[in-house]
Design a protein around this ligand. Structure first.
Ligand code: ADP
Ligand code: MG
Length: 321
């Protein structure tokens, strides 16, 4: 597809239209008016064919959905709200026009749900493999971004939803097994937690947040390192995707939660006194948050306790007995 043909077709897809947008797609650059009193929060993430997805496990609309989702999840993990996005796509010869448009339809479906407006992008050709890079721009009240460095000793460590479903879905898709619907969805169309991020953004409390893209072990490490604290996770408290233990066994199930990644749940820490109110707030919007551990002392790193046995947990999920 020629570039103009593509841009024309993209423009005909349903798009969110914020009143703060002065110039969207169609000029040399986009123009918008930032909301006063807000900090701008922005991130970019790229998916490449053969590395982050294959056409065997993801259909074009899922690839689009996921490319935007990973970024919306990063914005939510700052306690911020996504507002705009831009897309760079490098298209190789073996992708059809309809497939490229389906990628945009997948993105636009999520964008409509999340009220995020497409305001520009770039389209180029690729010699080999599709490349899809999405930039999201969001907002948060000035000074209110929820950083990984916000954890303090005594905090409750919590996670939204459950873990391991995405890894299970990918495993079954790759093995050509009968794929459980809820695992397939977890892998191809992970749910976003922007509603909780919004609720959190309004709270006056200190909260550390991260999202689970690489796995619980490495994301916990990121919070521990940034906050100069040690985190203890309780293995039995980690909420595992329904059926995971029955299907894969306890050890593999925990491994999938720790290292599988791509669950895009939010991982956070909050002062003990605020834990109960946070649970109530989450429940009101239909989110489940589970306490999975505690920030135990100053220092660094993550330990995991199971049946009163505590072991060091490495970044890649390996337990050091
Ligand atoms: P320029 O040559 O000035 O960079 P382009 O022809 O690349 O202009 O882009 C024209 C308009 O279309 C711009 O608003 C740009 O942001 C938008 N655009 C180009 N490619 C894409 C894309 N893949 N997705 C969304 N918008 C795009
Ligand atoms: Mg351009």
């Amino acid at each position: 597809m020629d570039e103009f043909g593509l841009i024309n077709k993209i423009q005909r897809l349903e798009n969110v239209n914020h009143s703060s947008t002065k110039v969207g797609i169609g000029d040399d650059a986009a123009v918008f008016t930032p909301t006063s009193g807000k900090d701008i929060v922005t991130c970019v993430d790229t998916l490449t064919e053969g590395v982050h997805f294959t056409r065997e496990t993801m259909k074009p609309s899922d690839i689009g959905y996921k490319a935007l989702a990973v970024n919306i999840s990063d914005i939510a993990a700052m306690g911020a709200i996504p507002v705009y996005y831009l897309v760079t796509i490098a298209v190789p010869k073996d992708w059809t026009d309809d497939e490229i448009l389906a990628i945009y339809e997948g993105m636009q479906q999520l964008a409509s749900n999340e009220n995020v407006q497409l305001i520009g992008g770039d389209s180029v050709t690729s010699k080999e493999g599709l490349y899809l890079s999405v930039t999201v721009i969001g907002e948060v009240d000035c000074g209110r971004a929820r950083l990984r460095s916000h954890a303090e000793v005594g905090d409750v460590v919590f996670v939204t939803g459950d873990l391991g479903g995405s890894a299970a879905g990918l495993h079954q898709l790759l093995e050509g097994e009968n794929v459980e619907e809820h695992w397939k969805a977890a892998h191809q169309k992970p749910a976003m937690h922007t509603a909780l991020a919004y609720e959190i953004s309004r709270l006056p409390w200190r909260i550390a947040l991260n999202d689970i893209s690489d796995g619980l072990a490495s994301e916990s490490w990121e919070i521990a390192e940034s906050s100069h604290v040690q985190i203890e996770l309780i293995e039995e408290e980690i909420p595992l995707s329904a059926g995971l233990v029955e299907h894969f066994g306890q050890q593999k199930a925990i491994e999938m939660a720790l290292t599988g990644g791509e669950d895009f749940q939010l991982l956070g820490t909050v002062a003990r006194d605020n834990w109960q109110p946070l649970q109530t707030i989450a429940k009101e919007i239909g989110e489940r948050v589970t306490k999975i551990g505690t920030v135990i002392h100053k220092g660094e790193g993550v330990v995991m306790t199971s049946h009163d046995q505590t072991t060091l947990l490495s970044r890649d999920g390996y337990k050091h007995g």
